[in-house]
Design a protein around this ligand. Sequence first.
Ligand code: NOJ
Length: 555
Amino acid sequence: MAEIKKTWYKEMSVYQIWTRSFCDSNGDGIGDLPGVYSKLDYIKSLGVDGIWFSPIYPTPNADYGYDISDYKNINPEFGTLDDFKMILDGAHERGMRVFMDLVVNHTSDKHQWFIESCKSKDNPYHDYYIWRKGNGKNPPNNWLSIFEGGAWEYNENLDEYYLHVFAKGQPDLNMDNPKVREEVKSIMKFWLDMGVDGFREDVITFISKAEGLPNGFPLPVATGVEHYKHGPHLEEYLAEFRKVTDQYDCFTVGEGPMTSVNDAVKFCSDGKNKLLDMLISFDHMNADCFMADWVKVPFSLTKLKSTLTKWQDKMYGIGWNSLYIENHDHARIIDRYGNLKYRVESGKMLAAMYILQCGTPFIYQGQEIGMTNMAVKSVDDYKDVLTFNTWRIFKKLGFSEKRFLKLSSEVNRENARTPVQWNKSENAGFTTGTPWFGINDNYKEINVEDAENDPDSLLNFYRQLINFRKGNELVIYGKYKEYYHANPNLYVYERVLGNEKLLVVCSFKEGSVKFKAPKGYDLSAGELVASNYKDNKIVDNGFVTKPYEVRVYKF
Ligand code: NOJ
Protein backbone atom coordinates (compact mmCIF):
# COMPACT_ATOMS: atom_id res chain seq x y z
CA MET A 1 0.00 0.00 0.00
CA ALA A 2 1.26 3.41 -0.92
CA GLU A 3 1.58 6.12 1.69
CA ILE A 4 -1.77 7.95 2.01
CA LYS A 5 -1.73 11.32 0.33
CA LYS A 6 -2.67 13.86 3.02
CA THR A 7 -4.93 16.70 2.04
CA TRP A 8 -7.46 19.11 3.53
CA TYR A 9 -10.59 17.46 2.20
CA LYS A 10 -9.64 14.20 3.84
CA GLU A 11 -9.28 15.99 7.16
CA MET A 12 -12.51 17.97 7.09
CA SER A 13 -16.03 17.25 8.36
CA VAL A 14 -18.98 18.65 6.40
CA TYR A 15 -22.44 19.83 7.39
CA GLN A 16 -25.21 19.40 4.82
CA ILE A 17 -27.94 22.01 4.51
CA TRP A 18 -31.28 21.44 2.81
CA THR A 19 -32.13 25.12 2.87
CA ARG A 20 -35.91 24.95 2.52
CA SER A 21 -36.19 23.35 5.94
CA PHE A 22 -33.22 24.91 7.73
CA CYS A 23 -34.21 28.34 9.01
CA ASP A 24 -36.70 30.91 7.73
CA SER A 25 -35.71 34.56 8.19
CA ASN A 26 -38.68 36.35 6.59
CA GLY A 27 -41.72 34.50 7.86
CA ASP A 28 -42.84 33.03 4.52
CA GLY A 29 -42.57 29.52 5.94
CA ILE A 30 -39.63 28.56 3.71
CA GLY A 31 -36.06 28.33 4.92
CA ASP A 32 -33.72 30.79 3.21
CA LEU A 33 -30.15 32.02 2.90
CA PRO A 34 -30.38 34.87 5.44
CA GLY A 35 -31.68 32.13 7.78
CA VAL A 36 -28.56 30.09 7.08
CA TYR A 37 -26.41 33.18 7.57
CA SER A 38 -27.92 33.71 11.01
CA LYS A 39 -26.83 30.20 11.98
CA LEU A 40 -23.25 30.26 10.73
CA ASP A 41 -21.87 30.48 14.26
CA TYR A 42 -23.97 27.50 15.26
CA ILE A 43 -22.67 25.49 12.32
CA LYS A 44 -19.12 26.51 13.12
CA SER A 45 -19.68 25.51 16.76
CA LEU A 46 -20.17 21.91 15.64
CA GLY A 47 -16.52 21.87 14.63
CA VAL A 48 -17.20 21.23 10.96
CA ASP A 49 -14.94 22.59 8.24
CA GLY A 50 -17.41 22.91 5.39
CA ILE A 51 -21.02 23.27 4.32
CA TRP A 52 -22.62 21.42 1.43
CA PHE A 53 -25.75 23.10 0.12
CA SER A 54 -28.33 20.89 -1.53
CA PRO A 55 -29.37 22.86 -4.67
CA ILE A 56 -30.14 26.52 -4.02
CA TYR A 57 -30.64 27.56 -7.65
CA PRO A 58 -33.87 28.81 -9.23
CA THR A 59 -36.26 25.89 -9.59
CA PRO A 60 -39.94 25.18 -10.12
CA ASN A 61 -39.59 22.60 -7.31
CA ALA A 62 -40.63 19.48 -9.20
CA ASP A 63 -37.92 17.86 -7.05
CA TYR A 64 -37.18 20.67 -4.59
CA GLY A 65 -34.18 22.12 -6.33
CA TYR A 66 -32.89 19.00 -8.07
CA ASP A 67 -34.66 20.46 -11.11
CA ILE A 68 -32.70 23.59 -11.94
CA SER A 69 -34.01 26.31 -14.21
CA ASP A 70 -30.96 28.60 -13.99
CA TYR A 71 -27.53 27.32 -12.97
CA LYS A 72 -25.96 30.69 -12.35
CA ASN A 73 -28.38 32.22 -9.92
CA ILE A 74 -30.09 31.71 -6.58
CA ASN A 75 -33.63 30.49 -5.95
CA PRO A 76 -35.58 33.69 -5.17
CA GLU A 77 -37.46 31.77 -2.45
CA PHE A 78 -34.06 31.49 -0.73
CA GLY A 79 -32.63 34.94 -1.47
CA THR A 80 -30.21 36.49 -3.91
CA LEU A 81 -26.68 35.99 -5.17
CA ASP A 82 -25.61 38.70 -2.75
CA ASP A 83 -27.09 36.69 0.13
CA PHE A 84 -25.12 33.73 -1.08
CA LYS A 85 -21.90 35.76 -1.32
CA MET A 86 -22.42 36.89 2.27
CA ILE A 87 -22.59 33.27 3.35
CA LEU A 88 -19.56 32.40 1.30
CA ASP A 89 -17.57 35.19 2.93
CA GLY A 90 -19.03 34.47 6.36
CA ALA A 91 -18.16 30.79 6.08
CA HIS A 92 -14.65 31.52 4.80
CA GLU A 93 -14.05 34.03 7.61
CA ARG A 94 -14.96 31.29 10.04
CA GLY A 95 -12.62 28.82 8.38
CA MET A 96 -15.36 26.82 6.67
CA ARG A 97 -15.52 25.93 2.98
CA VAL A 98 -18.68 25.92 0.89
CA PHE A 99 -19.73 23.24 -1.59
CA MET A 100 -22.50 23.47 -4.14
CA ASP A 101 -24.67 20.69 -5.47
CA LEU A 102 -24.00 20.27 -9.18
CA VAL A 103 -27.05 18.70 -10.83
CA VAL A 104 -26.18 18.07 -14.47
CA ASN A 105 -27.69 14.72 -15.32
CA HIS A 106 -30.88 16.68 -15.95
CA THR A 107 -32.27 20.21 -15.83
CA SER A 108 -35.74 21.48 -15.08
CA ASP A 109 -38.24 21.44 -17.93
CA LYS A 110 -38.51 25.18 -17.24
CA HIS A 111 -34.84 25.75 -18.03
CA GLN A 112 -34.44 28.02 -21.06
CA TRP A 113 -32.43 25.32 -22.83
CA PHE A 114 -35.32 22.90 -22.59
CA ILE A 115 -37.89 25.50 -23.61
CA GLU A 116 -35.80 26.20 -26.72
CA SER A 117 -35.24 22.51 -27.25
CA CYS A 118 -39.00 21.97 -27.58
CA LYS A 119 -39.42 24.66 -30.22
CA SER A 120 -38.19 22.74 -33.24
CA LYS A 121 -35.86 19.97 -34.31
CA ASP A 122 -33.41 22.45 -35.76
CA ASN A 123 -33.32 24.67 -32.74
CA PRO A 124 -29.67 24.79 -31.57
CA TYR A 125 -30.80 23.57 -28.14
CA HIS A 126 -32.78 20.60 -29.44
CA ASP A 127 -29.78 18.35 -29.15
CA TYR A 128 -29.13 19.44 -25.55
CA TYR A 129 -31.64 16.78 -24.51
CA ILE A 130 -32.35 13.17 -25.44
CA TRP A 131 -35.16 13.29 -27.99
CA ARG A 132 -36.24 10.20 -29.93
CA LYS A 133 -38.97 9.12 -32.32
CA GLY A 134 -41.54 6.74 -30.85
CA ASN A 135 -41.62 3.07 -31.59
CA GLY A 136 -44.90 3.05 -33.53
CA LYS A 137 -47.42 4.35 -31.04
CA ASN A 138 -45.16 3.47 -28.14
CA PRO A 139 -42.29 5.31 -26.48
CA PRO A 140 -38.81 4.69 -27.92
CA ASN A 141 -38.02 1.94 -25.38
CA ASN A 142 -39.40 0.34 -22.21
CA TRP A 143 -37.51 2.47 -19.70
CA LEU A 144 -39.36 3.55 -16.58
CA SER A 145 -38.49 6.61 -14.59
CA ILE A 146 -37.13 6.38 -11.04
CA PHE A 147 -39.72 8.91 -9.90
CA GLU A 148 -42.75 9.08 -12.15
CA GLY A 149 -44.12 6.37 -14.45
CA GLY A 150 -42.59 5.99 -17.92
CA ALA A 151 -39.22 7.57 -18.63
CA TRP A 152 -40.42 9.21 -21.89
CA GLU A 153 -42.68 12.19 -22.41
CA TYR A 154 -44.32 12.82 -25.75
CA ASN A 155 -44.18 16.25 -27.40
CA GLU A 156 -46.90 16.59 -29.99
CA ASN A 157 -45.39 19.56 -31.74
CA LEU A 158 -42.15 17.66 -32.46
CA ASP A 159 -43.71 14.21 -32.63
CA GLU A 160 -40.82 13.07 -30.45
CA TYR A 161 -40.31 11.90 -26.91
CA TYR A 162 -37.80 13.27 -24.40
CA LEU A 163 -36.08 11.13 -21.81
CA HIS A 164 -36.40 11.77 -18.06
CA VAL A 165 -34.98 9.12 -15.77
CA PHE A 166 -36.31 11.10 -12.79
CA ALA A 167 -39.53 13.19 -12.80
CA LYS A 168 -41.22 14.54 -15.94
CA GLY A 169 -39.99 17.97 -14.97
CA GLN A 170 -36.37 16.72 -15.03
CA PRO A 171 -35.42 16.08 -18.69
CA ASP A 172 -32.04 14.34 -19.04
CA LEU A 173 -29.29 16.33 -20.68
CA ASN A 174 -27.58 14.84 -23.69
CA MET A 175 -24.05 14.71 -22.34
CA ASP A 176 -22.83 13.24 -25.62
CA ASN A 177 -23.28 16.72 -27.08
CA PRO A 178 -19.95 18.55 -26.58
CA LYS A 179 -21.84 21.84 -26.20
CA VAL A 180 -23.61 20.46 -23.13
CA ARG A 181 -20.31 19.48 -21.60
CA GLU A 182 -19.01 22.99 -22.29
CA GLU A 183 -22.05 24.36 -20.43
CA VAL A 184 -21.26 22.10 -17.46
CA LYS A 185 -17.69 23.36 -17.36
CA SER A 186 -18.88 26.92 -17.59
CA ILE A 187 -21.22 26.37 -14.61
CA MET A 188 -18.38 24.86 -12.63
CA LYS A 189 -16.10 27.80 -13.40
CA PHE A 190 -18.80 30.32 -12.56
CA TRP A 191 -19.08 29.05 -8.97
CA LEU A 192 -15.41 28.23 -8.49
CA ASP A 193 -14.43 31.71 -9.68
CA MET A 194 -16.85 33.14 -7.13
CA GLY A 195 -14.96 31.30 -4.42
CA VAL A 196 -16.96 28.11 -3.95
CA ASP A 197 -14.75 25.23 -2.78
CA GLY A 198 -16.13 22.29 -4.68
CA PHE A 199 -19.14 20.24 -5.66
CA ARG A 200 -21.31 17.38 -4.62
CA GLU A 201 -22.25 15.99 -8.03
CA ASP A 202 -25.79 14.68 -8.23
CA VAL A 203 -26.25 11.20 -9.80
CA ILE A 204 -23.12 11.98 -11.77
CA THR A 205 -22.64 8.30 -12.61
CA PHE A 206 -25.86 8.45 -14.73
CA ILE A 207 -24.69 11.05 -17.26
CA SER A 208 -23.74 8.68 -20.09
CA LYS A 209 -26.48 6.55 -21.65
CA ALA A 210 -25.83 3.32 -23.57
CA GLU A 211 -25.54 3.56 -27.32
CA GLY A 212 -28.91 2.95 -29.00
CA LEU A 213 -30.83 3.17 -25.70
CA PRO A 214 -31.70 -0.55 -25.63
CA ASN A 215 -34.70 -1.92 -23.72
CA GLY A 216 -34.03 -2.63 -20.07
CA PHE A 217 -34.73 -5.54 -17.76
CA PRO A 218 -38.36 -5.02 -16.64
CA LEU A 219 -38.65 -3.70 -13.07
CA PRO A 220 -41.49 -1.91 -11.20
CA VAL A 221 -39.49 1.36 -11.40
CA ALA A 222 -36.24 2.42 -13.08
CA THR A 223 -36.39 -0.11 -15.92
CA GLY A 224 -33.34 0.57 -18.07
CA VAL A 225 -31.07 1.64 -15.22
CA GLU A 226 -28.44 -0.93 -16.25
CA HIS A 227 -28.02 1.11 -19.44
CA TYR A 228 -27.05 4.34 -17.74
CA LYS A 229 -25.82 3.61 -14.22
CA HIS A 230 -22.27 3.50 -15.56
CA GLY A 231 -22.54 4.33 -19.23
CA PRO A 232 -19.89 3.97 -21.92
CA HIS A 233 -18.55 7.56 -21.79
CA LEU A 234 -18.85 8.22 -18.07
CA GLU A 235 -15.15 8.16 -17.34
CA GLU A 236 -14.28 10.22 -20.38
CA TYR A 237 -16.76 12.96 -19.37
CA LEU A 238 -15.67 12.93 -15.74
CA ALA A 239 -12.08 13.33 -16.90
CA GLU A 240 -13.11 16.36 -18.92
CA PHE A 241 -14.78 17.95 -15.88
CA ARG A 242 -11.81 17.04 -13.74
CA LYS A 243 -9.61 19.22 -15.90
CA VAL A 244 -11.65 22.19 -14.72
CA THR A 245 -11.60 21.34 -11.01
CA ASP A 246 -7.88 20.55 -11.21
CA GLN A 247 -7.28 24.23 -11.85
CA TYR A 248 -8.71 25.13 -8.44
CA ASP A 249 -8.06 24.14 -4.85
CA CYS A 250 -11.41 22.39 -4.59
CA PHE A 251 -12.92 18.99 -4.08
CA THR A 252 -15.60 16.83 -5.69
CA VAL A 253 -17.80 14.14 -4.27
CA GLY A 254 -19.93 12.25 -6.76
CA GLU A 255 -23.21 10.62 -5.92
CA GLY A 256 -23.06 7.05 -7.19
CA PRO A 257 -26.25 5.07 -6.71
CA MET A 258 -25.44 1.39 -7.34
CA THR A 259 -21.77 2.15 -7.93
CA SER A 260 -19.65 -0.78 -6.83
CA VAL A 261 -16.67 -0.32 -4.59
CA ASN A 262 -14.43 -1.54 -7.42
CA ASP A 263 -15.67 1.27 -9.64
CA ALA A 264 -15.29 3.71 -6.78
CA VAL A 265 -11.66 2.65 -6.44
CA LYS A 266 -11.22 3.27 -10.15
CA PHE A 267 -12.82 6.74 -10.04
CA CYS A 268 -11.28 7.97 -6.80
CA SER A 269 -7.73 6.59 -6.78
CA ASP A 270 -5.19 9.18 -5.84
CA GLY A 271 -2.99 9.94 -8.82
CA LYS A 272 -3.21 11.47 -12.22
CA ASN A 273 -6.19 9.44 -13.42
CA LYS A 274 -8.40 10.48 -10.57
CA LEU A 275 -11.92 11.46 -11.67
CA LEU A 276 -13.58 12.33 -8.36
CA ASP A 277 -12.18 12.84 -4.87
CA MET A 278 -14.86 10.72 -3.22
CA LEU A 279 -18.03 8.90 -3.98
CA ILE A 280 -21.31 8.76 -2.10
CA SER A 281 -22.06 5.07 -1.86
CA PHE A 282 -25.49 3.67 -1.03
CA ASP A 283 -24.46 0.16 0.04
CA HIS A 284 -24.50 0.78 3.78
CA MET A 285 -27.93 2.44 3.58
CA ASN A 286 -29.46 -0.90 2.62
CA ALA A 287 -29.01 -2.73 5.93
CA ASP A 288 -32.77 -2.60 6.58
CA CYS A 289 -34.12 -2.69 3.05
CA PHE A 290 -33.71 -4.53 -0.21
CA MET A 291 -32.22 -2.35 -2.98
CA ALA A 292 -34.49 0.62 -2.21
CA ASP A 293 -35.60 2.23 1.06
CA TRP A 294 -39.26 1.37 0.49
CA VAL A 295 -38.63 -2.38 0.35
CA LYS A 296 -38.16 -2.80 4.05
CA VAL A 297 -36.55 -5.87 5.62
CA PRO A 298 -35.41 -6.42 9.22
CA PHE A 299 -32.22 -4.52 10.09
CA SER A 300 -29.13 -6.68 9.84
CA LEU A 301 -25.99 -5.51 11.58
CA THR A 302 -23.86 -8.04 9.76
CA LYS A 303 -25.07 -6.64 6.44
CA LEU A 304 -24.18 -3.14 7.62
CA LYS A 305 -20.76 -4.25 8.81
CA SER A 306 -20.04 -6.17 5.60
CA THR A 307 -20.68 -3.15 3.38
CA LEU A 308 -18.84 -0.64 5.56
CA THR A 309 -15.88 -2.95 5.99
CA LYS A 310 -15.75 -3.66 2.28
CA TRP A 311 -15.53 0.06 1.45
CA GLN A 312 -13.05 0.70 4.27
CA ASP A 313 -10.76 -2.13 3.19
CA LYS A 314 -10.85 -1.59 -0.55
CA MET A 315 -10.42 2.19 -0.50
CA TYR A 316 -7.70 2.32 2.13
CA GLY A 317 -4.48 3.85 0.88
CA ILE A 318 -5.87 4.13 -2.64
CA GLY A 319 -8.88 6.45 -2.65
CA TRP A 320 -11.00 8.08 -0.01
CA ASN A 321 -14.45 7.37 1.47
CA SER A 322 -17.25 9.76 2.23
CA LEU A 323 -18.97 8.80 5.48
CA TYR A 324 -22.63 9.48 6.15
CA ILE A 325 -25.68 7.94 7.77
CA GLU A 326 -28.24 10.63 6.95
CA ASN A 327 -29.07 13.03 4.16
CA HIS A 328 -32.15 14.47 2.48
CA ASP A 329 -32.82 11.18 0.64
CA HIS A 330 -33.30 8.83 3.58
CA ALA A 331 -35.47 8.55 6.67
CA ARG A 332 -33.81 9.53 9.96
CA ILE A 333 -31.19 7.07 11.09
CA ILE A 334 -32.22 6.59 14.72
CA ASP A 335 -35.59 5.33 13.47
CA ARG A 336 -33.79 2.95 11.15
CA TYR A 337 -30.61 1.61 12.72
CA GLY A 338 -31.07 2.89 16.27
CA ASN A 339 -33.94 2.76 18.74
CA LEU A 340 -36.36 5.58 19.60
CA LYS A 341 -36.63 4.32 23.19
CA TYR A 342 -32.91 4.99 23.47
CA ARG A 343 -32.86 7.94 21.13
CA VAL A 344 -29.88 9.75 22.62
CA GLU A 345 -27.89 6.61 23.50
CA SER A 346 -28.39 4.95 20.13
CA GLY A 347 -27.87 8.29 18.36
CA LYS A 348 -24.48 8.64 20.07
CA MET A 349 -23.51 5.08 19.25
CA LEU A 350 -24.38 5.58 15.57
CA ALA A 351 -22.47 8.85 15.46
CA ALA A 352 -19.28 7.30 16.81
CA MET A 353 -19.75 4.20 14.66
CA TYR A 354 -19.43 6.15 11.42
CA ILE A 355 -17.49 9.33 12.26
CA LEU A 356 -14.53 7.35 13.56
CA GLN A 357 -14.11 5.36 10.35
CA CYS A 358 -11.61 6.31 7.65
CA GLY A 359 -13.17 8.96 5.39
CA THR A 360 -14.71 12.41 5.38
CA PRO A 361 -17.80 12.59 7.63
CA PHE A 362 -20.94 14.38 6.46
CA ILE A 363 -23.58 15.41 9.01
CA TYR A 364 -27.06 16.27 7.80
CA GLN A 365 -29.08 19.09 9.39
CA GLY A 366 -30.99 17.90 12.45
CA GLN A 367 -29.01 14.69 12.69
CA GLU A 368 -26.83 16.30 15.34
CA ILE A 369 -29.81 16.75 17.68
CA GLY A 370 -31.32 13.37 16.88
CA MET A 371 -34.36 14.48 14.92
CA THR A 372 -36.71 11.62 14.16
CA ASN A 373 -39.23 10.57 11.53
CA MET A 374 -42.65 12.18 11.35
CA ALA A 375 -46.00 10.46 10.80
CA VAL A 376 -48.61 12.33 8.76
CA LYS A 377 -52.38 11.85 8.63
CA SER A 378 -52.89 11.73 4.89
CA VAL A 379 -50.82 11.26 1.74
CA ASP A 380 -51.90 14.80 0.84
CA ASP A 381 -49.75 16.10 3.70
CA TYR A 382 -46.67 15.07 1.73
CA LYS A 383 -44.81 17.21 -0.80
CA ASP A 384 -42.48 14.98 -2.76
CA VAL A 385 -42.95 13.54 -6.24
CA LEU A 386 -41.27 10.32 -5.11
CA THR A 387 -43.86 9.85 -2.37
CA PHE A 388 -46.74 10.32 -4.78
CA ASN A 389 -45.27 7.90 -7.28
CA THR A 390 -44.57 5.33 -4.59
CA TRP A 391 -48.15 5.67 -3.32
CA ARG A 392 -49.42 5.05 -6.87
CA ILE A 393 -47.40 1.83 -7.04
CA PHE A 394 -48.30 0.62 -3.54
CA LYS A 395 -51.98 1.33 -4.16
CA LYS A 396 -51.79 -0.97 -7.16
CA LEU A 397 -50.21 -3.58 -4.92
CA GLY A 398 -53.28 -3.39 -2.67
CA PHE A 399 -51.97 -1.18 0.14
CA SER A 400 -54.56 0.87 2.05
CA GLU A 401 -53.61 4.49 2.73
CA LYS A 402 -53.24 3.64 6.42
CA ARG A 403 -50.78 0.85 5.74
CA PHE A 404 -48.88 2.99 3.26
CA LEU A 405 -48.61 5.85 5.76
CA LYS A 406 -47.28 3.51 8.43
CA LEU A 407 -44.56 2.26 6.09
CA SER A 408 -43.90 5.79 4.91
CA SER A 409 -43.35 6.98 8.47
CA GLU A 410 -40.52 4.46 8.65
CA VAL A 411 -38.85 4.77 5.26
CA ASN A 412 -39.87 7.89 3.35
CA ARG A 413 -37.12 10.42 2.57
CA GLU A 414 -39.55 13.20 3.49
CA ASN A 415 -38.97 12.20 7.11
CA ALA A 416 -35.62 13.96 6.81
CA ARG A 417 -37.13 17.11 5.31
CA THR A 418 -39.19 18.39 8.21
CA PRO A 419 -38.01 21.79 9.45
CA VAL A 420 -35.08 21.92 11.83
CA GLN A 421 -36.23 22.16 15.44
CA TRP A 422 -34.42 25.12 16.94
CA ASN A 423 -36.34 25.65 20.16
CA LYS A 424 -39.61 25.10 22.03
CA SER A 425 -41.38 28.15 20.65
CA GLU A 426 -44.14 27.96 18.08
CA ASN A 427 -43.09 26.15 14.88
CA ALA A 428 -39.95 25.05 16.67
CA GLY A 429 -38.36 28.45 16.03
CA PHE A 430 -38.07 27.58 12.33
CA THR A 431 -40.48 30.25 11.09
CA THR A 432 -42.84 32.91 12.35
CA GLY A 433 -45.16 32.07 9.45
CA THR A 434 -46.82 28.87 8.30
CA PRO A 435 -44.18 26.22 7.69
CA TRP A 436 -44.13 24.88 4.12
CA PHE A 437 -44.05 21.31 5.50
CA GLY A 438 -45.08 19.79 8.84
CA ILE A 439 -43.05 20.36 11.96
CA ASN A 440 -42.49 17.20 13.94
CA ASP A 441 -44.67 17.22 17.09
CA ASN A 442 -41.72 16.24 19.22
CA TYR A 443 -39.98 19.63 18.89
CA LYS A 444 -40.64 20.46 22.53
CA GLU A 445 -38.40 17.55 23.56
CA ILE A 446 -35.99 17.56 20.62
CA ASN A 447 -34.55 20.95 19.75
CA VAL A 448 -31.22 22.73 19.49
CA GLU A 449 -31.75 25.06 22.43
CA ASP A 450 -32.36 22.27 24.92
CA ALA A 451 -29.49 20.26 23.50
CA GLU A 452 -27.18 23.28 23.94
CA ASN A 453 -28.09 23.42 27.62
CA ASP A 454 -27.45 19.75 28.29
CA PRO A 455 -23.78 18.78 28.49
CA ASP A 456 -24.73 15.15 27.81
CA SER A 457 -26.82 15.87 24.75
CA LEU A 458 -26.35 14.18 21.42
CA LEU A 459 -25.44 17.58 20.00
CA ASN A 460 -22.54 17.91 22.40
CA PHE A 461 -21.48 14.36 21.67
CA TYR A 462 -21.31 15.21 17.95
CA ARG A 463 -19.16 18.21 18.82
CA GLN A 464 -16.92 16.00 20.93
CA LEU A 465 -16.47 13.47 18.13
CA ILE A 466 -15.90 16.04 15.40
CA ASN A 467 -13.34 17.83 17.53
CA PHE A 468 -11.67 14.60 18.55
CA ARG A 469 -11.23 13.74 14.88
CA LYS A 470 -9.93 17.18 13.95
CA GLY A 471 -6.19 17.08 13.36
CA ASN A 472 -6.06 13.57 14.83
CA GLU A 473 -4.07 11.55 12.31
CA LEU A 474 -4.99 8.26 13.93
CA VAL A 475 -8.70 8.90 13.32
CA ILE A 476 -8.19 10.50 9.93
CA TYR A 477 -5.60 8.22 8.38
CA GLY A 478 -5.39 5.13 10.60
CA LYS A 479 -5.95 1.68 9.12
CA TYR A 480 -9.32 0.10 9.83
CA LYS A 481 -9.83 -3.48 10.89
CA GLU A 482 -13.05 -5.12 11.96
CA TYR A 483 -13.37 -7.69 14.76
CA TYR A 484 -16.06 -10.26 15.56
CA HIS A 485 -17.74 -9.91 12.18
CA ALA A 486 -20.18 -12.77 12.81
CA ASN A 487 -21.52 -11.19 16.00
CA PRO A 488 -25.04 -9.96 15.10
CA ASN A 489 -25.16 -7.34 17.89
CA LEU A 490 -21.71 -5.82 18.21
CA TYR A 491 -19.74 -3.72 15.76
CA VAL A 492 -16.13 -3.63 16.87
CA TYR A 493 -13.32 -2.10 14.87
CA GLU A 494 -9.88 -0.66 15.39
CA ARG A 495 -7.91 2.11 13.73
CA VAL A 496 -4.14 1.85 13.77
CA LEU A 497 -1.46 4.37 12.88
CA GLY A 498 2.15 3.81 13.91
CA ASN A 499 2.09 2.95 17.60
CA GLU A 500 -1.34 4.37 18.19
CA LYS A 501 -4.61 2.47 18.24
CA LEU A 502 -8.26 3.26 18.61
CA LEU A 503 -10.79 0.61 19.54
CA VAL A 504 -14.46 1.36 18.81
CA VAL A 505 -17.06 -0.90 20.42
CA CYS A 506 -20.70 -0.40 19.42
CA SER A 507 -23.67 -2.38 20.61
CA PHE A 508 -26.72 -2.39 18.36
CA LYS A 509 -28.81 -4.17 20.94
CA GLU A 510 -31.20 -3.10 23.66
CA GLY A 511 -30.40 -6.20 25.72
CA SER A 512 -26.96 -6.84 27.16
CA VAL A 513 -24.18 -8.41 25.14
CA LYS A 514 -20.91 -9.72 26.48
CA PHE A 515 -17.89 -8.00 25.00
CA LYS A 516 -14.33 -9.14 25.52
CA ALA A 517 -11.47 -7.11 24.10
CA PRO A 518 -9.83 -8.65 21.03
CA LYS A 519 -6.54 -10.48 21.47
CA GLY A 520 -3.64 -8.17 22.22
CA TYR A 521 -5.80 -5.46 23.83
CA ASP A 522 -5.68 -4.63 27.54
CA LEU A 523 -8.69 -2.36 28.06
CA SER A 524 -7.46 -1.14 31.43
CA ALA A 525 -4.40 0.32 29.68
CA GLY A 526 -6.56 2.32 27.28
CA GLU A 527 -7.88 5.83 27.65
CA LEU A 528 -11.65 6.03 27.32
CA VAL A 529 -12.12 8.88 24.86
CA ALA A 530 -15.86 8.63 24.24
CA SER A 531 -18.80 6.74 25.67
CA ASN A 532 -22.55 7.15 26.05
CA TYR A 533 -22.99 6.01 29.68
CA LYS A 534 -21.41 7.26 32.90
CA ASP A 535 -20.57 3.84 34.25
CA ASN A 536 -17.69 2.42 32.23
CA LYS A 537 -16.44 -0.38 34.46
CA ILE A 538 -14.18 -2.97 32.88
CA VAL A 539 -14.69 -6.57 33.94
CA ASP A 540 -12.47 -9.37 32.77
CA ASN A 541 -10.92 -7.25 30.00
CA GLY A 542 -14.35 -6.48 28.64
CA PHE A 543 -17.82 -5.44 29.74
CA VAL A 544 -21.47 -6.35 29.46
CA THR A 545 -23.12 -3.76 27.27
CA LYS A 546 -25.94 -1.45 28.25
CA PRO A 547 -28.56 -0.63 25.58
CA TYR A 548 -26.83 0.71 22.46
CA GLU A 549 -23.65 1.29 24.39
CA VAL A 550 -20.60 2.69 22.69
CA ARG A 551 -17.11 2.97 24.10
CA VAL A 552 -14.05 4.27 22.33
CA TYR A 553 -10.63 3.49 23.80
CA LYS A 554 -7.34 4.94 22.72
CA PHE A 555 -4.05 3.08 23.21
C1 NOJ B 1 -30.25 12.50 -5.99
C2 NOJ B 1 -30.67 13.57 -5.03
O1 NOJ B 1 -29.97 13.43 -3.83
C3 NOJ B 1 -32.15 13.44 -4.89
O2 NOJ B 1 -32.66 14.23 -3.85
C4 NOJ B 1 -32.78 13.79 -6.20
O3 NOJ B 1 -34.16 13.62 -6.12
C5 NOJ B 1 -32.22 12.93 -7.33
N1 NOJ B 1 -30.80 12.80 -7.27
C6 NOJ B 1 -32.56 13.51 -8.67
O4 NOJ B 1 -31.81 14.66 -8.89
